[in-house]
Design a protein around this ligand. Structure first.
Ligand SMILES: *Cc1c(COP(=O)(O)O)cnc(C)c1O
Length: 371
């Protein structure tokens, strides 16, 4: 049986040294402080472990989508500044005030809710203003930014520490919409400055913008993809020094030579041509692989196609020869000279890398390698 860090049929290895190293690289390459965005359980990699490693790598902020995600980080003992990028209900505002979490202020009703709660708590709430420069998601229009910032600055118990926006097309740096959004953001900032309302932190860049559009860096880059070593774009290899943090492995459950014309799996969707070595891998769509064609794994350093329909817990692969039960199977990661990346799965499924890795099921044990 191949040496392994795990006693499970299938498991995910998370390299926290890679996370810390990726963060240090982002800070060095952009010469800008880093907010490591760990929403969606750090895109399925584990928010607490990734958050800790990111702070070790030099991140000065953590970003999350929801207050519940901020709570998990605080409960794990992380005292780094945290920004909640999405909505906060009234009860969650109380908790944010108590635990020193910064919230996103993006509308009038939001300001009313925040002010009422801060007044009741008798303690200030820190916020970053969100301005919609052309994503059409959360935020006030640029024209309203100065009056909104003034209203917020005068609201009792509200402390405005930042202002930010988010780009719609940063992965296509030549798209003219980037210019539209960066110009609007710059105009908004200039207007805030003139009104003496410019807060400490202005930020606009996600992973792609931080690298493709240096003028978007401002005071802070908000990075998720690169922190865990996902590509900025599916077709662009990671830059030097960046490493994927996640590998997904399994052990071969069975290996049998089947006769010609033998149907494999539900629906008998695959039928052997001649005598074939068919392996059973204990991974299925209940773990985060998806049904459909094009799935493959590495066994013995060779790409092997998944044949037939995926089952919930298992799938079958066509092997070039006999392998022992327990042989290492790589679903994501490197083996021999070959590799399968999360970008390959994203391309295979016609979706994004975060979509693939936030759907890796919780029943697959996570094993931390590195610190
Ligand atoms: C998710 C998110 C980010 C991080 O995006 P990446 O492209 O994965 O780096 C940054 N800012 C906001 C507002 C986000 O929602």
């Amino acid at each position: 049986m191949a040496p392994s860090v795990s006693s499970h049929p299938t498991w995910i290895e998370l390299d926290l040294e890679a996370v810390a190293g990726n963060c240090a690289r982002v800070i060095q390459d952009t010469a800008t402080p880093l907010m490591a965005v760990v929403k969606g359980d750090a895109y399925g990699h584990g928010a607490v472990a990734v958050g800790r490693a990111a702070v070790r790598g030099g991140a000065s902020w953590l970003g999350v989508a929801r207050c519940g995600e901020a709570r998990a980080l605080r409960q794990a003992g992380l005292d780094t500044p945290i920004l909640v990028l999405g909505m906060a209900t009234g009860e969650e505002v109380d908790e944010a005030i108590a635990s020193g979490v910064t919230l996103t202020l993006y509308s009038g009703p939001c300001l009313e809710r925040f002010t009422a709660r801060a007044r009741a708590a008798g303690r200030p709430l820190a916020v970053h203003l969100k301005v919609d420069t052309g994503l059409g998601r959360l935020g006030v229009p640029v024209e309203d930014l100065v009056p909104f910032a003034r209203q917020a600055a005068q609201a009792p118990g509200i402390r405005v520490d930042g202002v930010f926006s988010h780009l719609a097309l940063a992965e296509e740096p030549d798209h003219p919409h980037n210019r539209v959004q960066t110009d609007r953001f710059r105009r908004g900032l200039a207007a805030l400055e003139q009104a003496a309302l410019r807060p400490r932190w202005a930020h606009l860049a996600n992973s792609a913008a931080a690298f493709f559009l240096p003028e978007t860096r401002h005071d802070l880059v908000r990075v998720a993809n690169l922190v865990v070593g996902l590509r900025i774009r599916l077709d662009l290899p990671l830059g030097p020094g960046y490493r994927p943090a996640l590998a997904w492995k399994a052990r071969l459950a069975s290996c049998r030579q089947l006769p010609p014309g033998w149907g494999v799996g539900y629906g008998q969707a695959y039928v052997t041509q001649g005598e074939e070595w068919i392996g059973v891998v204990p991974v299925g769509y209940g773990d985060g692989l998806r049904r459909g064609s094009g799935n493959q794994v590495l066994v013995g350093g060779v790409h092997c196609p998944v044949v037939g329909n995926l089952c919930l817990d298992q799938c079958m692969v066509r092997l070039p020869r006999r392998f022992p039960e327990g042989e290492e199977v790589v679903l994501v990661g490197a083996q021999g000279g070959e590799a399968i990346g999360l970008h390959d799965l994203a391309a295979r499924y016609g979706t994004t890398q975060p979509d693939v890795c936030t759907h890796l099921h919780a029943r697959v044990p996570r094993i931390h390698v590195g610190r």
